[in-house]
Design a protein around this ligand. Sequence first.
Ligand SMILES: *[C@@H]1O[C@H](CO)[C@@H](O)[C@H](O)[C@H]1NC(C)=O
Ligand SMILES: *[C@@H]1O[C@H](CO)[C@@H](O)[C@H](O)[C@H]1NC(C)=O
Ligand SMILES: *[C@@H]1O[C@H](CO)[C@@H](O)[C@H](O)[C@H]1NC(C)=O
Length: 478
Amino acid sequence: MSFARNLLNIIILLCVYLNRGFTEGAQERESGRVDYHTIQLSSLSPSSSCVPSSKEYDTKSSLRVVHKHGACSPLRSGKAVKLDRADILRRDQARVDSIHSKLTNNLEDRLTQTGLPVKDESKSKEDLGSGSYIVTIGIGTPTHNQPLIIDTGSDLTWTKCRQCGRSRRYISLACNSKNKDIFNPSSSTSFNTVSSTSRVCSDDIRSTDIPCSAYRCCYSIDYNDNSSSEGYLAEDKFTVTTADVFSGIHFGCSEKEANINDNTAGLLGLSSHVLSFPSQTANKYNNIFSYCFPSPDRTGHLTFGSTGISSSVKYTPIKSLPKTHLYGLDIVSITVGGKKLEIPSTVFSHPRAIIDSGTVITRLPPKAYAALRGAFKENMKNYTTASAVELLDTCYDPKGFDTMSVPKVSFSFGGGTTVELGLNGILYPLNASHVCLAFAGNDNDGDLAIFGSFQQMTLQVVYDTAGGRIGFAQNGCS
Ligand SMILES: *[C@@H]1O[C@H](CO)[C@@H](O)[C@H](O)[C@H]1NC(C)=O
Ligand SMILES: *[C@@H]1O[C@H](CO)[C@@H](O)[C@H](O)[C@H]1NC(C)=O
Ligand SMILES: *[C@@H]1O[C@H](CO)[C@@H](O)[C@H](O)[C@H]1NC(C)=O
């Protein structure tokens, strides 16, 4: 009898043990500490072959999302694109400097439209160009597939356009290079230009700085990382999937780009501006979209409409920022390794924060970052420190370890929503002997905080502009 009971107990314990192992992941079995992730160091160097997501999107409105320099990227078939992680950080800082210079302190005065062409003399630059994730979307008739950077900070969608023998003003590199991947307006039967007198050619789009036919609505966007796009406004058919086809979508037909060094064809503008892609397709998708950003060797999704939104998504209100179409939110607190950081609430209340798909590393107010770094270091004492890299000042050399035990990090947002970051969102790997805490502090207390794409990795992020809310759930890609 007692033998039988003992056996039963052993079986129950074994089941509990195994179950914990499976549900909580490897870290449980190794350390028994729920507030830590155990990161397999070999998993930090992304695989050179693509591991597609096992998730089947039972929806007609989903596009595959890939890291533009990762193993699943369609851009790798052409010119070699390397995952240069230090360069990504440099471009990231340029974008953030630009967001800060426009949105900090006197929000009312210094602002130009974010994500839209700059046409005034101050020539403030756009904060774009550094986005990491791309989708492929069809433009024109017949459909021409274009890899576009996903950008929630960008209003206008634009794509490179072939200008064979058409443009007098600019040497047409596209035509010279015989690049068949570039969209050719003259071969699309549904293509139309937008005239300069059209309602769509509003002041915030039109540029008078560049030579332009009186009949065209020309734009010019200078990005802060020295890249730029110039062209004219057009409309054509956009094909998300064979079932979701939209005619007359307005976009920029780019005639000339500078310093866009990869094979991306342009940008998919996902801000809340009236010309953004979600706004132009609101009749069908209700101004709702969601995405999951995968790690570089995997695939995620960008889904329009409310299909596929997890029932475990928790929402926080969108806080609008004056004169921009960025997505503002409130960060309320941060927890590291199970301990809530002691940060005065005022640190996050002025100014606010935004969520941005084009910023990589999350930027925090200086006091919040100092607290986060302090708590992180406390938890990482077992590891050898390493030199700072670009904006990342807290780095480690994990040589000699197969795994690292890293404290879990979660963010609490307005409305009582707490989001635990994925295991990939905490350490930024430069290489096998150099990993860094993937957060940075702003220079000034008054600078906007930014919740970046690295921290969003593997989360499902929902933008419900109609409902005025942004949602998060874990395991959005797999
Ligand atoms: C942009 O160009 C300027 C002038 O050539 C240079 O000083 C700056 O470092 C460049 N910025 C980036 C992000 O490459
Ligand atoms: C550091 O290592 C010791 C010995 O392996 C371990 O007991 C301790 O939990 C580790 N500390 C942290 C913060 O990981
Ligand atoms: C790893 O990256 C760091 C920072 O970029 C660099 O200083 C170091 O030389 C790199 N090490 C190797 C082995 O590539």
